[in-house]
Design a protein around this ligand. Structure first.
Ligand SMILES: [Zn+2]
Length: 201
């Protein structure tokens, strides 16, 4: 299990930068897993408010990677070519609220779990879905973010696979507190190991 609070540049592909993303950390991470870790099936769960067009271009038609992308279809990057490479698309339109969002996520995780048997989960956990975020335009509460993250970590636990979480977009100062509270919640629910555990030392 790893959390990188400085990662999640999902608009960058091997060929092009985009948005605020200058290098393709998600694609690099997955290629590392293929080459160095003997992993051959990876699921990307991208729950940032924006469509993850960078990794979608990089893994177009690559059946080792399954992409579940839940995004607002009315905002940047409006990349229709990359959309055609998403294995499982879930639209969350501007103004979507917490309850509807979490229901859609439950359904999506259930479908993904049936369709694909991954060895690694890369979770792009943007907090720009928060209510008030000027770019994401969704209306998810801070508690909703914690629940969202918990659901994705439970998915990894159920599949018994490692998870890499990247905190990606989030354009309000309050995002920092929301991320911290969510990580504390994951620890409380025993979904991440504490720093005192020798396995993580
Ligand atoms: Zn975003």
């Amino acid at each position: 299990m790893g959390i990188n609070v400085g990662g999640g540049f999902h608009h960058c592909s091997a060929e092009n930068g985009g948005g605020f993303c200058a290098y393709a950390d998600i694609s690099l991470c997955i290629h590392f897993a293929f080459v160095q870790l003997n992993i051959s099936r990876v699921i990307i769960i991208d729950l940032d408010a924006h469509q993850g067009n960078g990794h979608e271009m990089d893994f177009a038609d690559d059946n080792r990677v399954y992409i579940l992308d839940m995004y607002n279809p009315g905002i940047y990057p409006l990349d229709h070519e990359a959309r055609s490479y998403i294995n499982q698309k879930v639209d969350v339109k501007s103004g979507t609220r917490t309850e509807e969002y979490l229901l859609k996520l439950d359904e999506a995780l259930e479908v993904a779990g049936r369709r694909f048997n991954p060895e690694l989960l890369v979770y792009n956990a943007g907090t720009d879905i928060l209510e008030g975020d000027p770019l994401g335009r969704l209306k998810i509460s801070p508690d909703g973010i914690a629940l969202r993250d918990e659901k994705v970590f439970r998915f990894a636990r159920k599949k018994n696979i490692p998870i890499v979480m990247l905190t990606s977009g989030g354009y309000m100062k309050s995002s920092a507190r929301v991320i911290a509270d969510s990580i504390l919640n994951l620890e409380k629910k025993c979904l991440i190991e504490t720093s005192g555990d020798p396995k993580t030392a």
